[in-house]
Design a protein around this ligand. Structure first.
Ligand SMILES: *[C@@H]1O[C@H](CO)[C@@H](O)[C@H](O)[C@H]1NC(C)=O
Ligand SMILES: *[C@@H]1O[C@H](CO)[C@@H](O)[C@H](O)[C@H]1NC(C)=O
Ligand SMILES: *[C@@H]1O[C@H](CO)[C@@H](O)[C@H](O)[C@H]1NC(C)=O
Ligand SMILES: *[C@@H]1O[C@H](CO)[C@@H](O)[C@H](O)[C@H]1NC(C)=O
Ligand SMILES: *[C@@H]1O[C@H](CO)[C@@H](O)[C@H](O)[C@H]1NC(C)=O
Ligand SMILES: *[C@@H]1O[C@H](CO)[C@@H](O)[C@H](O)[C@H]1NC(C)=O
Ligand SMILES: *[C@@H]1O[C@H](CO)[C@@H](O)[C@H](O)[C@H]1NC(C)=O
Ligand SMILES: *[C@@H]1O[C@H](CO)[C@@H](O)[C@H](O)[C@H]1NC(C)=O
Ligand SMILES: *[C@@H]1O[C@H](CO)[C@@H](O)[C@H](O)[C@H]1NC(C)=O
Ligand SMILES: *[C@@H]1O[C@H](CO)[C@@H](O)[C@H](O)[C@H]1NC(C)=O
Ligand SMILES: *[C@@H]1O[C@H](CO)[C@@H](O)[C@H](O)[C@H]1NC(C)=O
Ligand SMILES: *[C@@H]1O[C@H](CO)[C@@H](O)[C@H](O)[C@H]1NC(C)=O
Length: 439
């Protein structure tokens, strides 16, 4: 009722735009175009096809906030109305309301959404290429490209993805930082595709810095910095990164040079963990060899549902970031020792820490564990993030707004977002800390 009145003008404009573009849907639209503001809601005039998007949104009370949000972005609305064969993941009113009440509250989020580049990226991330129905989704994750096309968040050939899966009978959409949205109402048809209503706004994948920090991969980040690979890796597209956990680095601490005089050694080690030119999600990994950035191959083995890279096990797959995907592994790979059998690093049971036995089987000879290396000066995650050793479990991500305000606090969060060195915090809520590129 009330929602029809606040249906944004942008959509109405988009409707006209779409009509001009496609002569297919003239039958019903011309008939009722004059009575646009009246509530002739039932579209059963002549054709019995599904509603168009404008009608669907107007008639779905739980999407009024989403409808309003779209209304602020006429280009996006116009684009959306003119597309066919799409899936829209539409956050419910409650999902959007949760954003406002999380962290330090309304003003920060409201400010972020006034950054139109970010807001459009966020909206585009909620649109999937192709029609995906709940029946198409299984327990094995499906990786679906979205319309997110801003290279700040999507420097991935074919488009940044979400993955869809079922768990305990729920249909879930997993996005940046492995944030899980549950579909609360599936398969709402419209003439351009299908809408699923979700209970939580998707997280736009952030930069490698942001994501690795939140995933507690601080030793890796430190190593990248010491090796002088920050610019090479952080600004790149289409990477698959096998990221040793902090405890993996810790297990071989004695074998690792600790200062920058050894940057070549560390760079050589790190580039053995990166595959360039291929974004291989877990569903893409099979028994195969992959050639790394360093030139040597790693051997992928998939056995009993476990994924292994040489001897290391993938303990947290599919951490999406702007330039590709990170799979967390439980031991550091050795470019000079590729012989380790799959799972050799898996010295203790599923709860993880391979140092339980005191003698982790690592790919490096005669090493011992000490403090986590390379972490000096690397920010520790402020969130209660990662339970990285619980395999496919998601990061329990709690959005925080606790980062320092922008140095010039008068410009607010949106201003901070627009600068490459802006603080984390509110930005990280959406992975918007892709802007936080400085290390
Ligand atoms: C959607 O349907 C309504 C009512 O039939 C019509 O007024 C509107 O122009 C249509 N929009 C599009 C994009 O076709
Ligand atoms: C990204 O998508 C928007 C519409 O959502 C479109 O206007 C824009 O042209 C696209 N940009 C690229 C680079 O494809
Ligand atoms: C969130 O807060 C902003 C600013 O206070 C407001 O404009 C918007 O309507 C709120 N959204 C929801 C869903 O409550
Ligand atoms: C819909 O989109 C999917 C994914 O891009 C594509 O594979 C399929 O061919 C498209 N179908 C139609 C009818 O355009
Ligand atoms: C997805 O589900 C729809 C409806 O059940 C079906 O028509 C379509 O073939 C399925 N697509 C795929 C790729 O399985
Ligand atoms: C709509 O968005 C898609 C995906 O970003 C883009 O490829 C397309 O060019 C856009 N269309 C228009 C008319 O802007
Ligand atoms: C995307 O990747 C390309 C290299 O393929 C790089 O030149 C560009 O700076 C990256 N864009 C962003 C926003 O990181
Ligand atoms: C991050 O890693 C360090 C070192 O392994 C560990 O002590 C700490 O508990 C981890 N933090 C989180 C939030 O998991
Ligand atoms: C990946 O390969 C592309 C194409 O060969 C190249 O332009 C890019 O610099 C490489 N990325 C890295 C990180 O080396
Ligand atoms: C992959 O290799 C492992 C170990 O060699 C083997 O057990 C498994 O069956 C292979 N998987 C496939 C699909 O061939
Ligand atoms: C690496 O693997 C590729 C196939 O993926 C193969 O062609 C190449 O010979 C391998 N290189 C080495 C050094 O084994
Ligand atoms: C290679 O890895 C194996 C673990 O499978 C380890 O026992 C051996 O000491 C390593 N060799 C070297 C030279 O690091």
């Amino acid at each position: 009722m009330q929602f029809k009145n606040i249906l944004p003008a942008a959509l109405a404009v988009a409707a006209v735009y779409a009509q001009d573009d496609s002569s297919t849907s003239t039958a019903s639209s011309t008939a009722s175009s004059t009575a646009s503001s009246s509530s002739s809601s039932s579209s059963s005039s002549s054709t019995a096809g599904p509603a168009n998007l404008t009608q669907l949104l107007a008639n779905t009370a739980s999407l009024s906030a989403f409808t309003n949000l779209i209304g602020n972005y006429p280009d996006f609305a116009s684009n959306l109305s003119s597309r066919e064969n799409i899936t829209i993941l539409a956050p419910s009113n409650q999902a959007l309301r949760m954003l406002n009440s999380s962290g330090s509250g309304n003003s920060s989020v409201a400010s972020m959404l006034t950054n139109s580049d970010f807001a459009e990226a966020l909206l585009n991330y909620h649109v999937l290429d192709g029609e995906v129905y709940s029946q198409n989704i299984t327990a094995a994750p499906t990786f679906v490209p979205t319309y997110l096309n801003d290279t700040m968040y999507s420097n991935v050939t074919g488009g940044q993805v979400v993955f869809a899966r079922t768990e305990d009978g729920d249909v879930q959409i997993v996005s940046g930082l492995k944030s899980v949205s549950t579909v609360t109402e599936a398969n709402v048809p419209f003439n351009g595709g299908v809408v699923h209503i979700i209970d939580q706004v998707l997280m736009v994948p952030g930069s490698l810095n942001t994501v690795a920090t939140n995933a507690n991969l601080t030793a890796l980040l430190g190593a990248i910095r010491i090796a002088g690979l920050t610019d090479t890796l952080v600004g790149s597209s289409d990477l698959t990164i096998f990221a040793p956990s902090n405890s993996a680095f810790q297990d071989i601490a004695s074998a690792l040079p600790s200062n920058s005089s050894a940057m070549d050694v560390i760079a050589n080690l790190l580039t053995y963990h990166v595959v360039n030119g291929t974004v291989a999600y877990s569903a893409d990994l099979a028994n195969q060899t992959l050639t790394t950035l360093g030139g040597s191959n790693v051997t992928i083995t998939v056995v009993d549902g476990g994924i292994y890279v040489n001897g290391a096990q993938v303990v947290n797959p599919d951490v999406l970031y702007a330039g590709g995907v990170v799979h967390v592994i439980d031991s550091v790979l050795n470019p000079n020792n590729m012989t380790m059998p799959p799972g050799a690093s898996n010295s203790s049971s599923s709860t993880g820490s391979s140092s339980d036995d005191g003698e982790p089987d690592v790919a490096f000879d005669g090493t011992s564990s000490s403090a986590v290396p390379f972490t000096s000066g690397i920010p520790t995650p402020t969130t209660t993030v990662t339970d990285l050793v619980t395999t496919i479990d998601t990061l329990t991500y709690t959005p925080t707004m606790t980062a320092e305000p922008a140095s010039d606090s008068s410009e607010g969060i949106a201003g901070a977002l627009a600068r490459p060195t802006g603080a984390m915090g509110a930005a990280a809520l959406f992975g918007g800390a892709a802007f936080w590129a400085g290390m």
